[in-house]
Design a binder for this molecule. Structure first.
Ligand SMILES: Cc1ncc(COP(=O)(O)O)c(C=O)c1O
Length: 385
């Protein structure tokens, strides 16, 4: 069995040592190499800024190119079109603001009920500003599946953008984004994929998905808090970027507002390299085994309702559940009392909660540092509630 726990200091030592951390969908613990990379960068004297005429400034440019290259390999995208910002939410707002400049009344945008609000609210706001209309693709609440037709049937000759998640951060469902993208392109629309919950859990090939924008956040895959977003190169230069005049007129610098976090780049690079070195297929296989133990154990308890798919097909190892007669918060507190961290509430998946007819649920997600023992501890507490 894959054993990477020794690579996570927060798991093996320190004040939270001994906790079973099922809170990865809200942010994972950090891999040792990313922690060390940040520290090494800040000790190195390379901390400067871009495009200067001395060695440290050149090191900043080299680091930026290096992290772009590593993200390029992780996602299979053109590295020079990868931009970075404080979060995916911030990056999506920057890009949708630019998209809004070219939207007209009557234009249509398709969002989905499965998406985290960071791929919903920016579109609702831009529609409000421009007179465009947002239409929602519905998922099947009984199975948790978002069928491609639920999206494609909403396409019209006025559809400009489709905003769809690669994986639900609430119930784990992975829609068929390749089919959705092909249909959207055939109808003349572009596609933004929220890859925040997909990237840590499955091999991702953005070029074969074919979408126009793909965003991921490194703090969901053992790195620092940051968003990394790829924008198709022609679109990247065409969009009406809201930027300061001296910022670059082409490339990702158009959307990177102010001086970026170079210490963050060092850590993002190390975390992405960790995923590449371990292999996303290896991570996926490891997580699936743990996840099945969790899902099966919860499904065996009559008082537990598990939302979303009850199998391993096309899903991230994340689930939401409730225990009859107990609020999500009380279940989360009960688990916390036994040093088990889960999330409770809606985790910004507002549309998904509404579609499921609930206000919130307990969420547990698998990460690479969890073990069978952690899963058994969680199940044991839930069964005893
Ligand atoms: C699926 C999904 N999309 C987007 C986001 C927002 O990411 P960020 O916090 O980087 O803005 C999250 C955060 O939880 C998420 O889970």
């Amino acid at each position: 069995m894959l054993d990477l726990r020794h690579r996570f200091p927060a798991i093996t030592e320190g004040v939270h040592h001994g906790w079973a951390r099922f809170d990865g969908p809200a942010g994972t613990q950090v891999i040792d190499s990313a922690i060390e990379a940040t520290s090494a960068w800040q000790r190195s004297g390379n901390n400067a800024n871009s495009h200067g005429s001395f060695a440290a400034a050149e090191a900043c440019d080299a680091l930026f190119e290096q992290v772009q290259g590593t993200i390029g390999r992780l996602l299979n995208v053109s590295p020079s079109s990868v931009m970075f910002g404080p979060s995916t939410t911030a990056n999506v707002f920057s890009i949708t603001r630019a998209i809004g400049h070219d939207l007209r009344p009557g234009d249509e945008i398709i969002c989905t009920q499965l998406d985290h609000d960071s791929n919903v609210s920016p579109w609702l706001l831009v529609a409000e500003d421009t007179g465009a209309t947002v239409r929602f693709a519905e998922f099947d609440a009984a199975t948790g599946r978002l069928h491609p037709e639920a999206v494609t049937k909403l396409l019209t000759d006025r559809t400009r953008w489709v905003a769809v998640t690669g994986a639900s951060n609430a119930i784990g469902t992975m829609p068929d984004i390749t089919t959705i993208t092909a249909a959207a392109h055939a109808a003349g629309a572009k596609v933004m994929v929220d890859g925040v919950h997909l990237t840590p859990h499955a091999p991702v090939d953005v070029t074969s998905i074919g979408c126009d924008v793909y965003s991921t956040s490194s703090y969901k895959w053992y790195g620092p808090h940051a968003g990394a977003t790829w924008v198709e190169p022609v679109l990247l230069d065409q969009l009406h970027a809201y930027k300061v005049r001296p910022a670059p007129d082409t490339g990702p610098g158009r959307f990177m507002l102010g001086t970026p976090s170079y210490e963050g780049f060092a850590a993002i690079d190390a975390a992405a390299q960790f995923l590449l070195d371990t292999g996303m297929d290896v991570i996926q296989a490891h997580e699936r085994q743990l996840f099945w133990r969790l899902l099966d154990g919860l499904l065996s308890d009559d008082r537990v309702t598990v939302y979303g798919p009850h199998d391993l097909v096309d899903r991230a190892p994340t689930l939401a559940f409730n225990v009859a007669g107990h609020s999500p918060e009380s279940v989360a507190r009960r688990l916390a009392a036994e040093r088990i961290a889960v999330w409770d509430g809606h985790y910004y998946a507002l549309e998904a909660m509404a579609a499921l007819g609930i206000e919130g649920a307990v969420r547990a997600g698998i990460a690479v540092y969890l073990t069978n023992d952690d899963v058994d501890r969680l199940l044991d507490v839930v069964h005893r509630i």
